[in-house]
Design a protein around this ligand. Structure first.
Ligand code: SAM
Ligand code: SF4
Length: 317
């Protein structure tokens, strides 16, 4: 693949067990029908084609990927693809302990667990589910299965959880996991009302440094997205994903495939390639050429010139 698209975010479903107030997965009315989904066979075939074209890291996401009934089969088949260096997953963690108890060797080597609050009542008001304990159990289960790469994604929203920054850093140190703070990016009907609700990464950094001392520079992770990292004085690591205050489109290495087989070069792009239809027509060469063209043309898309209305739950955050 000519440019730097080595990372595919693969949505397994647009459904979710939570209804986070900022995402709206549970409020949707237009969920995909079972026949719309790429089947495990199709996913395995497509993933191989993507790997042939230079993809080295595939992240399973959603909606909530652990809700997809065939998730174990899909993970097993994808992780066995030669040339794929990393299969990872972004999950809300609610079903993770059960999943890992049944499939400790699923082939998924890195888990990003989304958790925005450590307060039980707040958690319930954010997600609509009294599920904090189950998510915490998921984090423990990942550690007991020997999964060393667990990252906690904390979406900060002004007036909701910015008072938990230090609590999360301490939690990360105690559990030996990387906590990453994400700037909230308003989408859909929340565009207007929520525009000023992000918490700038620089402000988060200041809060952390006041309590834990200066952060030392820490290398970026080339296999993943645009997070920047800082090293705590005790050796722990924290990350920042500055979706609003830092322009990172020019260094983006991702393609995105929706659960119904639409390939997007960018969250903000209106243009997509219907790889499911091409695959079902047997037009494999067209899939390959289309993927290459999309990767090469990726630089045309960025959040300043595109304005597609999308929901994170349909394209994977
Ligand atoms: N359900 C899974 C989860 O929550 O991890 C996977 C899908 S979720 C859409 C992926 C990530 O997108 C989560 O970490 C979530 O916090 C983040 N996200 C959702 N809406 C967002 C927004 N408007 N701005 C920034 N991140 C967002
Ligand atoms: Fe579900 Fe993730 Fe959206 Fe929350 S952020 S509603 S867990 S898809």
């Amino acid at each position: 693949m000519k440019q730097m698209c080595s990372y595919l975010r693969l949505s397994l479903t647009d459904r979710c067990s939570f209804n986070c107030f900022y995402c709206g997965a549970g409020r949707r009315k237009d969920f995909l029908a079972p026949e719309d989904y790429l089947s495990p066979d199709e996913l395995a075939r497509l993933a191989s084609l993507f790997v042939d074209e230079g993809i080295r890291h595939i992240r399973l996401t959603g909606g909530e990927p652990l809700l997809r009934p065939e998730v174990t089969e899909i993970a097993g088949r994808l992780s066995a693809i030669k040339g794929l260096n990393l299969l990872s997953m972004t999950t809300n963690g609610f079903l993770l302990a059960d999943f890992l108890a049944r499939h400790p060797k699923s082939g998924i080597r890195r888990f990003n667990i989304s958790l925005d609050t450590l307060d039980r009542n707040r958690f319930r008001s954010c997600t609509g589910v009294d599920g904090l304990d189950r998510v915490l159990a998921g984090i423990e289960a990942a550690a007991s299965c020997g999964i060393t790469d667990v990252r906690l994604n904390v979406l900060l929203i002004r007036g909701f959880n910015e008072d938990e920054i230090e609590k999360f850093v301490s939690f990360g140190r105690k559990k030996n996991l990387t906590v990453r703070f994400i700037e909230y990016f308003p989408t859909q009907e929340r565009r207007q009302a929520y525009t000023s609700l992000y918490v700038a990464s620089e402000d988060v950094r200041d809060v952390i440094e006041r309590s834990f001392g200066p952060l030392a520079p820490s290398a970026c992770d080339k296999t993943s997205g645009p997070a920047q990292y800082g090293r705590l004085q005790d050796g722990g690591r924290v990350g920042f994903i500055s979706s609003v205050t830092r322009f990172f489109c020019h260094e983006c290495n991702r393609l995105r495939l929706t659960a119904d087989g639409k390939l997007f070069p960018c969250l903000h792009a209106e243009h997509f390639l219907d790889v499911k239809t091409l695959l079902r027509q047997g037009a494999i060469d067209d899939v390959k050429t289309g993927v290459l063209r999309m990767a090469e043309g990726k630089s045309r898309y960025n959040k300043t010139v595109c304005s597609r209305f999308f929901e994170m739950s349909s394209i994977g955050g």
